[in-house]
Design a protein around this ligand. Structure first.
Ligand SMILES: Cc1cc2nc3c(=O)[nH]c(=O)nc-3n(C[C@H](O)[C@H](O)[C@H](O)COP(=O)(O)OP(=O)(O)OC[C@H]3O[C@@H](n4cnc5c(N)ncnc54)[C@H](O)[C@@H]3O)c2cc1C
Length: 448
């Protein structure tokens, strides 16, 4: 029997859906049927007008890369894909938790960044990558790329605490979110802090190279400052998996001692062995048992899951599933047209916004240089990091450093590092002002 036009259309639809599905479900990042040729639903964006650079993740890294690829290679067609509709900053969020800045200071507009910098912003979630066909799959449809940058930031690795118990992990995430990925976690944490009536407020510091080494200590200081100011009969218990504070140690220790003696109890070397959410009790390897009224439990971190889906992840010496890249070119080892940057990098650089931003300039320049057919050059990213230790007026301490490769150790270490750990007197207030100026400068660089 001859097929009607209607039957043919139906079959076409099934074939297209099948092709789309094959693109959606496979997760090796390797060969898949040629989905584009089979009538795949493409994302609703204009046709590429030059070599297309697709950047996944509109955080500190992706925003910087999208802007500067376009600046350094105006002939490139740049698309930034981000799953969130608006940007919320992690840096400075600890001050917002205790009412020292407005939410407006932290939130920014992706469309403004795209308008100002002449690239396309696609508000979508990337769920798969087919490196053979050079296709990225999103909930809005697929995109073809010439160069792909994956900058998805971190995910949490709860496995040490949960041993794979998904129900427990879900309770930890919902009842005591870490507050190290922006969005609802931060809103929950702010409400917890603002509504706190007393008792122990537990914060944890994970091992490994976690996101923003000084941020848990900054958060402890600011919550303690808030409790002191509001006369709340409570204290912060800081359970640190590490043997000591790793960065700006003297400044934080002196703030704990001089400002928050009755408000912060610092317990280094605390590896958590058990968390009882019903009894609100934590046990550590050292035999301590800590009762808590409330808590923000920060587990170890890992690379964003899209790296595994794209087949470009490996365990680093620090964390699980970070980017498997050449540390000098940021190209993945399995595919030179796919780059990874930001907090997913496996190098021991500080997982900080400033590092991601300055590295973003460098990665953008490398991609632009390649588009122009030249040889890219490595440069060290720069870490500049202010941490507030108190409010009203905000007092802060700071560090800045570059990185240098040590051939013997086969690893990067700090280079030209300088810290300013005096928080009292005029210096601390100047550093506090520096913190806001730094943040404004960063937002300007990413959005203007
Ligand atoms: C409380 C706190 C305080 C901090 N303080 C400082 C500070 O003072 N100074 C400093 O320099 N740094 C600070 N940081 C660290 C800084 O926020 C991070 O290092 C920085 O955000 C890393 O940038 P990134 O682009 O790699 O990741 P992110 O900024 O997290 O961006 C990744 C983006 O990718 C998106 N994404 C992920 N997967 C997908 C997908 N599949 N599809 C689409 N989109 C996706 C995410 O939604 C996210 O927007 C702080 C962090 C925290 C949590």
């Amino acid at each position: 029997m001859a097929l009607s036009r209607r039957d043919l259309l139906k079959l076409g639809g099934v074939a297209a859906a099948g092709a789309a599905l094959s693109g959606c479900t496979a997760s090796s990042g390797g060969a898949k049927p040629s989905a584009a040729k089979a009538g795949l639903r493409m994302a609703p964006i204009p046709k590429a007008k030059g070599p297309r650079v697709v950047v996944v993740g509109g955080g500190w890294s992706g925003l910087s890369i999208a802007k500067y690829v376009k600046k350094y290679a105006p002939e490139a067609d740049v698309v930034l894909i981000e799953r969130r509709a608006s940007f919320m900053s992690c840096p400075v969020s600890n001050l917002w938790l205790v009412g020292l800045v407005d939410l407006e200071f932290l939130t920014h507009d992706y469309l403004q960044a795209a308008r100002n910098n002449n690239y396309i912003f696609l508000n979508a979630m990337v769920h798969d990558v087919d490196r053979d066909s050079k296709l990225v799959f999103t909930n809005e449809g697929a995109l073809k790329y010439d160069y792909l940058v994956l900058a998805p930031g971190i995910d949490y690795d709860y496995s040490r605490w949960t041993k794979g118990d998904v129900e427990f992990e879900n309770r930890l995430k919902t009842e005591h979110p870490a507050g190290f990925i922006p969005g609802s976690e931060h809103l929950s944490l702010r409400n917890k802090v603002q509504d706190f009536e007393g008792g122990n407020f537990v914060l944890t510091v994970p091992g490994g190279n976690y996101r923003c080494l000084p941020a848990p200590y900054e958060r402890a200081c600011l919550i303690a400052w808030f409790m002191k100011k509001e006369d709340i009969p409570g204290k912060v218990i800081l359970l640190d998996e590490n043997p000591d504070i790793t960065i700006k140690k003297d400044g934080f220790h002196s703030a704990f001692e001089k400002l928050y003696k009755d408000y912060i109890e610092y317990l280094p070397g605390s590896t958590i062995t058990k968390i009882d959410l019903d009894k609100k009790r934590i046990e550590t390897e050292l035999g301590e048992e800590i009762e808590f009224a409330d808590a923000a439990l920060y587990p170890r971190v890992r690379g964003g899951k899209i790296l595994e889906i794209a087949g470009v992840a490996k365990d680093s010496v620090f964390n699980k599933a970070e980017a498997n890249i050449d540390p000098f070119t940021y190209q993945t080892k399995v595919d030179p047209d796919v780059y990874c940057a930001g907090d997913v990098r496996p190098m021991g650089f500080s997982k900080s916004g400033n590092t991601a931003n300055s590295e973003g300039h460098i990665v953008a320049s490398m991609i632009a240089t390649r588009i122009k057919g030249k040889e890219p050059k490595w440069k060290s990213p720069l870490t500049v990091c202010y941490s507030a230790v108190s409010g009203d007026p905000v007092r802060a301490i700071s560090v800045n450093a570059e990185y240098k490769y040590n051939e013997k150790k086969k690893a990067f270490g700090f280079h030209n590092a300088a810290t300013n750990e005096k928080w009292d007197g005029k210096v601390g207030v100047m550093n506090g002002k520096g913190l806001f100026e730094w943040a404004k400068g960063m937002y300007r660089d990413m959005f203007m």
